[in-house]
Design a protein around this ligand. Structure first.
Ligand code: GDP
Ligand code: MG
Length: 346
């Protein structure tokens, strides 16, 4: 029996040594800029397997300590506004500057549809065949929090792999805009001319988050309408409260099909990064984003821990009865619950 245990232990240690080799191997692959290895590394961080999570965590710590960074840019707008087509044409400009580009998509609705951005990848036909480009669709089958965590971790991996610019496209609608805004330095909002804000489902809050507004499809018959929309949005922007970093939000027009206005977008973005990297705002904003995550995640972890705690369940049941019988109100019960768990941790 003792021998049997020893044999099992030996196999276990061999397995973990192998895993360790795998993480180290992946790290080397990621650093060398090998896209296939980067893909495998992202698959590792997406895994729910416990051992994989341990390895993923090692890998991510290496990424953080490598201190490589990128320009993190979010691209949002209603479906059909032209985000993917814009990325295809704008990506070309980024490559022409000699930069490496990663494109990540964030689509919380994919957890329902089970789909990814396969259709979009075909819109990025040219881009996806370029050597200095890495495109990764949203992982499917996750909730909103899960999608956000994996995208953030993918950003770190892409940075370690030497990507200079990371574009994060929102694919679904709804909460994804806020989510993307919370993980980027620059937030680009694409809009259609003449569709009306209500029609576009663009909430005022999203316009307030934008660092640049871009009216898309400014070509053919639509050109005049697009220019008019630019003037209207430019004056609407004056009514918004000034940005904390005092950035003046530009309203621009583009045609991804005719390749017009894209250099202007790039100029605005590079001015933004040059200015705010020098002033330290980019770093400040990133620290704030991380602290927000830390606070949210602490609450989530505590909640999960408590839900599985026997003492918590018993205490909760006791206090529930006191609330039902009118002896305590909700606030009192919650305070008592936390107090008793702190006094008698399990
Ligand atoms: N005329 C014109 N059509 C465009 C332009 N950009 C995108 N489109 C078209 O708009 C539709 C939606 O584009 P897509 O990039 O898939 O939008 P997304 O859903 O926001 O990613 C497609 O039929 C595109 O061909 C543009 O600059 N000009
Ligand atoms: Mg798209």
């Amino acid at each position: 029996m003792a021998n049997q245990n020893k044999i099992e232990q030996w196999f276990e240690s061999r397995k973990s040594r192998k895993k360790d080799l795998k993480a180290n191997h992946l790290w080397k692959g990621v650093c060398s800029g090998d896209r296939f290895e980067l893909s495998k590394a992202i698959t590792l961080i997406e895994s729910a397997n416990h051992q994989d999570r341990v390895e993923a965590s090692k890998l991510l710590k290496k990424c953080i300590s490598s201190k490589k960074s990128s320009w993190r840019i979010g691209i949002t707008g209603v479906p059909g506004v032209g985000k993917s087509t814009f990325i295809e044409s704008f990506g070309k400009i980024i490559l022409e500057k000699g930069l490496k580009l990663a494109v990540l998509a964030i689509d919380p609705s994919s957890s329902i549809s089970g789909g990814s951005i396969l259709g979009d990848k075909t819109r990025m036909d040219w881009l996806s065949n370029q050597e200095n480009v890495f495109i990764r669709p949203t992982p499917s089958g996750l909730n909103l929090g899960g999608v956000a965590k994996h995208t953030r971790e993918s950003i770190l991996l892409c940075e370690a792999a030497g990507y200079d610019v990371i574009l994060i496209e929102t694919v679904g609608v709804g909460q994804s805009e806020t989510l993307v805004h919370s993980m980027v330095d620059f937030f680009l909002l694409l809009m259609l001319a003449g569709a009306g804000d209500d029609l576009q489902g663009i909430k005022r809050g999203i316009m307030e988050m934008a660092d640049a507004l871009v009216i898309t499809k400014a070509d053919g018959e639509n050109l005049t309408k697009a220019k008019l929309a630019r003037t209207q949005y430019a004056s609407a922007l004056h009514l918004f409260p000034p940005k904390e970093n005092e950035w003046i939000v530009p309203a621009l027009v583009t045609s991804s099909i005719e390749n017009n206005g894209l250099e202007e977008v790039w100029k605005n973005i590079s001015n933004f990064f040059t200015k705010y990297q020098a002033e330290g705002w980019i770093q400040l904003n990133r620290s704030r984003q991380e602290l927000l995550i830390m606070n949210q995640h602490v609450s989530e972890l505590w909640f999960t821990k408590m839900e599985n705690d026997k003492k918590y369940k018993v205490e909760l049941e006791r206090l529930t009865q006191l609330v039902i019988s009118g002896k305590l109100n909700g606030y009192m019960a919650a305070e008592e619950l936390v107090k008793s768990l702190i006094a008698n941790p399990s």
